[in-house]
Design a protein. Structure first.
Length: 83
């Protein structure tokens, strides 16, 4: 399920991130999602331990696959209440 999220960043960081993403032919949303996915699935406990090289390689691969799973509100509600 895709969820819209509003974040605030330094303007210079955003401009650099947009350029970085555009050079790799991906959206800034996809780049952010990949970074967050890497952060929550790795065994890092500090920002200093974050494996930057891995995500750079992941987002720079041109043939990566991106799968989205669409859920209905009824299915999400049922899943929420079942937990």
């Amino acid at each position: 399920m895709d969820i819209k999220l509003t974040l605030s960043f330094n303007e210079e960081v955003i401009n650099k991130a947009k350029k970085f993403a555009a050079e790799r032919n991906i959206s800034l949303s996809r780049l952010t999602e990949l970074l967050l996915t890497k952060a929550v699935t790795s065994n890092t406990y500090s920002i200093d331990d974050f494996p930057v090289a891995d995500w750079v390689n992941m987002v720079s691969e041109p043939d990566g696959e991106y799968h989205r799973k669409r859920n209905t509100s009824q299915k999400l509600k049922k899943e929420f209440y079942s937990k």
